[in-house]
Design a protein around this ligand. Structure first.
Ligand code: 4AD
Ligand code: MG
Length: 469
């Protein structure tokens, strides 16, 4: 058969394309999802990963060697040439009548783990290297891609610059001490100084360094020169949280804007999330329909709700009042000054307001050193965006631009000014009001895909006691 250019299934399943190819020879390539049939004919569902639709390949026994048909099993990879025809069967409007089949790679029935339909998500987590072949995970990772693209598009269209903060750093942005150390020192034979402490001057960078927990501090330098920037990269936290909402390596989007005050920051955060959710509804329809049918039939309704309604905005102090009057008993007791736990956040969002919420003006003791201090001396201009089923999806603030106040706060929490001299230069020279926030990419994906475990929305999750692949 003459060489025909392969058509990708994404294109074949696009509006109007297949209709124009009926009666023509096509070439398709992909992996076998299922094979069924009888001694006269086999029906092979083929998928190439580019979309969630399978193409039905019809292989008549009379046209093929019996041995070849036997070797076509779930997971095998094929090239198929044949005629695109209108389908007589239910479930598809067209199919390909195979004329030539080449098996690129077989998949042994006894050892290929993705055999029967409906494996549990737990089972698939243990074979994370193969799970993108499943309908569920290919859908999730296509949505992940679409969201990454939409993030760049959103900011690019609005005059933000993509800014690369370093991944290896000597500063602890959030001050929570949850950093992974980076060193080339010989751990079996550590150099010591006169005081007997580890001598980091002999380390690769000549000082103690770690993987970043946030690109914000360097992002502020970008905003104070280019005006509006955003980072979008991996961040690392060595917190020992084995929860469905924490990863030790996750991706964060951190816009930072000169001349934005807290209200502007909230407006941007709300507009940004709504844009992303709307983008998913408009561009990931096939995958979202599939995920909602499989896991969560309220998914699309929840997504539309976010797009169509304003987020509720209130202060931490107002939230504490609501929570202390709640009938529900909380595991962690509530009073002014405590950090809100996931149970509190979810009560506000899911029970009380039944809407996404933006909380502002937190006690300064529970927030990072860089947040702008309010006149009351007790609270700071921080903002958290809280979402149904997720809890905190965004954390951000207006930044303290006043040098003296910033220095005083750093002294209170024990951050050495001399180590942060480069950061303080933004306040020393041409300081300005500015704000920013961080959106957890995987938390956004949990919301958009309706998956319930954060380990299922990143290809190779990193969490305590797991760094496979
Ligand atoms: O609230 P966080 O710690 O804020 C910051 O890091 C600020 N420097 C951001 C800024 O203002 N530029 O983290 C921001 C978001 C959280 O709201 C959450 O969505 C996500 O990052 N996040 C995590 N996601 C997955 N696993 C973890 N362990 C996470 N920790 C935070
Ligand atoms: Mg936070």
């Amino acid at each position: 058969m003459e060489n025909i250019k392969r058509i990708e299934l994404r294109e074949l399943f696009s509006e109007g394309v297949a209709e124009g190819l009926i009666g023509k020879e096509i070439c398709v390539k992909g992996w076998v999802k299922t094979k069924r049939g009888n001694k006269n004919v086999s029906f092979i569902a083929l998928n190439d990963g580019g979309c969630n639709q399978n193409l039905q390949v019809v292989a008549e026994a009379s046209a093929f060697n019996e041995e070849l048909i036997k070797r076509i099993t779930t997971g095998a990879c094929l090239r198929v040439n044949g005629e695109l025809v209108a389908s007589q069967g239910k479930g598809q409007s067209f199919e390909v009548l195979a004329k030539e089949i080449e098996i690129y790679g077989e998949a042994d029935v006894n050892t290929y783990p993705l055999q029967k339909k409906g494996h549990s998500l737990e089972f698939l987590r243990d074979i994370a290297h193969l799970r993108p072949r499943t309908n569920t995970f290919s859908a999730v990772f296509r949505v992940r891609h679409a969201m990454a693209y939409a993030i760049h598009k959103y900011f690019n269209d609005r005059g933000f610059f993509y800014w690369h903060s370093p991944l290896i750093t000597a500063s602890d942005c959030e001050g929570a001490g949850e950093m992974f150390q980076v060193t080339t020192l010989d751990l079996e034979n550590l150099p010591r100084n006169e005081e007997g402490k580890i001598d980091y001057s002999q380390d690769f960078y000549g000082k103690h360094t770690s993987l970043t927990v946030s690109g914000q501090l360097e992002g502020e330098l970008g905003a104070m020169s280019l005006g509006k920037i955003y980072t979008f990269g991996p961040t690392f936290r060595a917190e020992n949280s084995n929860t469905p909402r924490h990863l030790s390596e996750f991706w964060m989007i951190e816009p930072e804007m000169a001349f934005f005050e807290i209200e502007d920051n909230m407006d941007l955060a709300e507009d940004f999330i709504k844009y992303l959710v709307r983008y998913a509804l408009e561009n990931c329809k096939g995958d979202l329909d599939f995920l909602s049918q499989m896991y969560d039939n309220e998914l699309l309704e929840r997504l539309r709700f976010v797009v169509d309604n304003n987020f509720v905005r209130l202060t931490y102090t107002e939230a504490i009042e609501i929570l202390s009057q709640a009938k529900q008993k909380f595991e962690f007791p509530i009073h002014w000054g405590v950090d809100l736990q996931s149970e509190h956040e979810r009560y506000l969002v899911e029970k009380h307001f039944k809407s996404p919420v933006i909380l502002t003006d937190y006690p300064k003791e529970i927030k990072a050193f860089y947040m702008k201090q309010n006149e009351d001396g007790k609270t700071v201009r921080g903002m958290d965006v809280l979402f149904p089923l997720i809890g905190e999806i965004i954390g951000g603030s207006q930044r303290e631009e006043n040098m003296d106040k910033l220095l005083a706060r750093m002294a209170e929490v024990g951050i050495e000014a001399k180590d942060m001299d480069w950061y303080l230069d933004t306040r020393r020279f041409g300081s300005a009001p500015h704000s920013g926030f961080g959106l957890g990419f995987e938390r956004l994906l949990l919301f958009v895909t309706g998956m319930s475990n954060i380990r299922d929305v990143i290809p190779f999750p990193r969490f305590p006691k797991n760094a496979n692949y």
